[in-house]
Design a protein around this ligand. Structure first.
Ligand SMILES: Cc1cc2nc3c(=O)[nH]c(=O)nc-3n(C[C@H](O)[C@H](O)[C@H](O)COP(=O)(O)O)c2cc1C
Ligand code: SF4
Length: 518
């Protein structure tokens, strides 16, 4: 029987040499006359073990990693094709503690299926949600999503069902589904992993959103820095179209839905939903004032659903297994699971999907394994460049939208970046201001001017110039930005700045400048 060997073609694995591994493997297999086929799968999300290759055996898949091209010959010598032992053998994939302890609902297929095989997708429960959706009324689909408690995974945590209901209830000759795949937050890669590892789940989620709201056209706005995701999504849309999953009659129903892939414009602010709409319309990516909400007047002034990749990719399982199944996971008003992205100075970097409710300490210390440098953890930034820095004293905070907000933080897109005790939090605060100054769309003064002034004030503190006065000035600037900015770029930049100043005051009290001798 032909043996299946899986070598990921996910961008993270490729960056670590997966292409060279695949080529070496193909060459050796042919030279040795081994009856094996190489499947290019998505990543399982254990990034510190990439490229992690797997072989299918009667006992399940056996994993090896991290594999270099130069390891391939010895792996085959050791009987890789039958799951043979080798120094790089990690054992059964499903038994790896990092994977075994996860609750994979949205990422259930990622790393398991051939991303561009629709039959593989079907064989692993794909399209069941859409098959159910075409038997329901739009209002029933919206009710399912509302009942599931799903909230937007792009950052704001807005209830997805309510957004969809607004679009359903708004009349319009055309309506649109826009998938936000700009994924600009530091330390995040969940959207990319889904698009590269299980693109059909996003297509299915978008088609369900279209049927639920009366939209017949969808756009996926993917950041230009994701060429592999763009290529995979483009091919997946073509395949779905040919198979009748998309088109004038979705799965043979009376519903039409089609998808176009668009490449982003390379600005962080283009991830903000109204700037994204401008960018999609071919205009400069500048934020629009709200109201009108995109749900009322969005793309080309039509009612538009804008959702993050993970929000949309979470919908098929809700339709398939029912809202109660999904809602049963989680805590408080944070229902279901959240794909946490663990990055920065941490031993076990990767994607960990779990029900809401794990504490930050569990994520960083137990799952992440502490810092890669082996030094003590100093701070963890949660929620991207606009997220707060959490000190160890706040590690008992559960991963839950409200719990994080209560500690002046945010979950955002669930990216966490770990820093050890060598981090200088004043520099991090300055970086937040600088990032905002560089990425500001320039529409409003508190953000455009405030961030530039913020950099100057941080520099003065670092130079020991009137530190007390300048700390007060920085806090005052933050206050103005927080309450005076039009969108969350200017409005949330104060979070990393103020959390750094509040939790790490020593870093904001450098030694006073010594006056030069006369
Ligand atoms: C500066 C800025 C950047 C953003 N970047 C993204 C992004 O890259 N991806 C995303 O899904 N949402 C991003 N958002 C949030 C979106 O504006 C919007 O809330 C989201 O796409 C809605 O989808 P959801 O309800 O599914 O989360 C950003 C917001 C701001 C203010
Ligand atoms: S806060 Fe910044 S990014 Fe947002 S609208 Fe104002 S200037 Fe533009």
């Amino acid at each position: 029987m032909t043996v299946k060997i899986f070598v990921p073609k996910d961008a993270a694995a490729l960056a670590l040499g997966a292409e060279r591994v695949a080529k070496a493997l193909a060459g050796e297999i042919e030279a040795r006359g081994i009856d094996a086929t190489i499947v290019r799968n998505g990543s399982r999300g254990l990034h510190w073990l990439e490229p992690m290759i797997e072989v299918e055996t009667p006992e399940g898949r056996i994993a090896y990693g991290p594999v270099k091209a130069s390891d391939v010959a010895s792996l085959l010598d050791a009987g890789l094709a039958t799951g043979g032992n080798h120094a790089l053998c990690l054992g059964k994939t499903e038994e790896l503690p990092f994977l075994k302890s996860q609750t994979r609902l949205t990422f259930a297929r990622c790393g398991i299926v051939d991303p561009l095989s629709l039959s593989d997708y079907r064989a692993h429960d794909g399209l069941k949600g859409l098959e159910r959706a075409v038997t329901l009324t739009p209002a029933d689909i919206v009710a399912h999503v509302t009942e599931s408690g799903l909230r937007g995974r792009g950052g704001a945590g807005f209830p997805t069902g309510i957004k969809w209901k607004t679009v359903l209830d708004t009349p319009g000759a055309r309506k649109y589904i826009v998938c936000n795949a700009d994924e600009g937050d530091s330390g995040t890669f969940a959207d990319r992993m889904i698009m590269e590892g299980d693109p059909f789940v996003l297509i299915e989620g978008m088609a369900i959103a279209g049927i639920a709201t009366g939209a017949t056209k969808g756009f996926v706005y993917i950041r230009s820095e994701y060429p592999h995701a763009i290529a995979t999504m483009t091919q997946a849309v073509e395949i779905a179209h040919r198979a009748g999953v998309l088109g004038t009659s979705v799965l043979g129903s009376a519903n039409a839905f089609d998808i176009e892939i668009r490449t982003g414009a390379g600005a962080y602010v283009c991830g903000e939903e109204t700037a994204l709409l401008n960018s999609l319309e071919g205009k400069r990516g500048i934020v629009r004032a709200k109201p009108p909400l995109p749900a009322h007047k969005g793309l080309f002034d039509c009612p538009t659903v804008i959702n993050n990749v993970i929000s949309l990719a979470s919908v098929p399982i809700i339709l398939d297994k029912g809202p109660v199944y999904y809602k049963d996971f989680g805590m408080g008003r944070s229902r279901g699971t959240i794909p946490i992205q663990i990055a920065g100075n941490v031993k076990h970097r990767g994607l960990y999907e779990a029900a809401f409710g794990l504490t930050l300490g569990q994520i960083v210390d137990d799952i992440g394994g502490g810092t890669a440098s082996g030094r003590p953890v100093k701070a963890v930034q949660v929620g991207g460049p606009l997220g707060a820095y959490f000190p160890r004293a706040l590690f008992d905070t559960p991963f839950d939208y409200e719990a994080f907000a209560a500690k002046d933080g945010l979950i955002g897109h669930a990216g966490i970046v770990v820093f050890d005790d060598t981090a200088d939090m004043l520099k991090q605060a300055r970086f937040a201001m600088e990032f905002c100054a560089v990425e500001s769309c320039g529409k409003c003064t508190p953000c455009r001017i405030g961030s530039a002034r913020g950099v100057e004030v941080a520099d003065k503190i670092a130079q020991g110039i009137e530190p007390e006065k300048n700390r007060e000035l920085l806090a005052d600037l933050c206050n103005t930005m927080k309450f005076g900015s039009l969108c969350a770029l200017g409005g949330f930049t104060p979070y990393p700045v103020m959390s750094a100043m509040t939790h790490f005051p020593d870093d904001f009290s450098p030694a006073p400048m010594v006056e030069a001798a006369e």
